[in-house]
Design a protein around this ligand. Structure first.
Ligand code: G
Ligand code: G
Ligand code: NA
Length: 254
C-alpha cells in the first residue's frame, strides 16, 4: 500500500518521464521510429528503471493510469517532432494489465484524439506472454484497434508463450525479436543459426521486423547487412535518448 501511494504521488508530481530509443534501418541510413521507454525520477534524483517499477505498478493497479499517461505523452511528443519536421513512428509498450484491466481501445482512441498524433504511425508493442489465453477476446480487441489504423507488434518474440498456432491466426504487423537471440551471435555458430532462422521466420510473417539489443557492428554483420528492410534497435545505433536529443540523432544520419 505504501508503494502504491508513493507511485500515485509520483504520477501527480510528474516524476515519470519518457526516453526514446531510435529504431534504425539496417545500414544506419535512416531512422524509422522510436520506442518510448518510461523512467521514474525520484525526488532525491535517483532514476529507477522500469524493470523495477513496472511489475509493482502492475500489481498495485497504478499501471492503468500510468499506461494511459505513457501513451498520451508519447503521442504528444510525436506531434511535437512532427511539427519540427521529424516524422517518426512511435512504438509504445502495453502491459497485459492494460489489456485485461482497462478499456485499451478507448485509451488508445482517446490518446490519438487528445494529441492529434496520426494513428498510422502508432505501434503498440505487446509482449508474447500476454497471449497465454483468451485468444478470441484479444483478436476482437486488436481488430478494433487496427481499425483505427494503429499497428500491433509482438514484443520479446521467441521467449514466451505465443504458439505458432496463435501467430498463424493473428496477423501481427510487426515482430520484435528478443535481444537474447543477439547475445553470443558472433561466437557461437549454433546461436547464429538460431538467430538467423528466427529472423527469417519473422520476415515471412510480418511487415516490420525489429531486432533488439544489437550492441556491436560485428553483431550487425552476423545478422546480415544485406537485409535492408530489417530494423535495428540497440546501442550500436543509439541508447534511449531524452526527447531533446532526438533531432540531433536524426540529423547525424542524414
Ligand atoms: O528501458 P529498460 O531496458 O530499463 O526497460 C526494462 C523493461 O521495462 C523492458 O522490458 C521494457 O519493455 C519495460 N518497459 C519500458 N517502458 C515501458 C512502458 O512504458 N510500459 C511498459 N508496460 N513496459 C515498459
Ligand atoms: O522489451 P523492450 O523492447 O521493451 O526492451 C527495451 C529495452 O531494451 C530498453 O529499455 C533498452 O534500454 C534495452 N536495450 C535496447 N537496446 C539495447 C542494447 O543494445 N543492449 C542492451 N543490453 N539493452 C538494450
Ligand atoms: Na518493447
Amino acid at each position: 500500500v505504501a508503494l502504491e501511494q508513493e507511485m500515485r504521488l509520483a504520477m501527480e508530481r510528474g516524476e515519470f518521464f519518457l526516453q526514446y530509443q531510435p529504431q534504425v534501418l539496417m545500414g544506419g541510413s535512416e531512422i524509422v521510429g522510436v520506442e518510448a521507454l518510461v523512467r521514474w525520477r525520484k525526488p532525491d534524483g535517483e532514476v529507477v528503471s522500469p524493470g523495477e517499477f513496472i511489475p509493482l505498478a502492475e500489481e498495485t493497479g497504478i499501471m492503468i493510469p500510468l499506461g494511459r499517461w505513457i501513451l498520451e505523452e508519447a503521442c504528444r511528443q510525436g506531434v511535437l517532432w512532427n511539427r519540427a519536421g521529424f516524422e517518426l513512428k512511435m512504438s509504445v509498450n502495453v502491459s497485459p494489465v492494460q489489456i485485461y484491466g482497462d478499456d485499451l481501445y478507448e485509451t488508445v482512441a482517446s490518446a490519438l484524439e487528445e494529441t492529434g498524433f496520426p494513428a498510422e504511425r502508432l505501434t503498440l508493442e505487446i509482449t508474447e506472454n500476454t497471449f497465454r489465453d483468451e485468444k478470441g477476446l484479444l483478436l476482437e480487441l486488436f481488430d478494433r484497434i487496427k481499425a483505427l489504423g494503429v499497428k500491433v507488434a509482438i514484443d520479446d518474440f521467441g521467449t514466451g508463450y505465443a504458439s505458432f498456432d496463435f501467430i498463424r491466426n493473428f496477423p501481427f504487423y510487426g515482430i520484435k525479436i528478443d535481444r537474447s537471440f543477439v547475445l553470443d551471435l558472433e561466437r557461437s555458430p549454433r546461436s547464429a543459426a538460431v538467430a538467423n532462422s528466427v529472423i527469417a521466420m519473422a520476415r515471412n510473417m510480418a511487415r516490420a521486423v525489429v531486432v533488439e539489443g544489437v550492441e556491436t557492428k560485428s553483431q550487425l554483420f552476423h545478422i546480415g547487412g544485406e537485409k535492408a528492410d530489417l530494423i535495428i534497435q540497440g546501442f550500436v545505433y543509439s541508447r534511449p535518448l531524452n526527447p531533446e536529443k532526438l533531432p540531433d540523432f536524426v540529423e547525424s544520419l542524414r
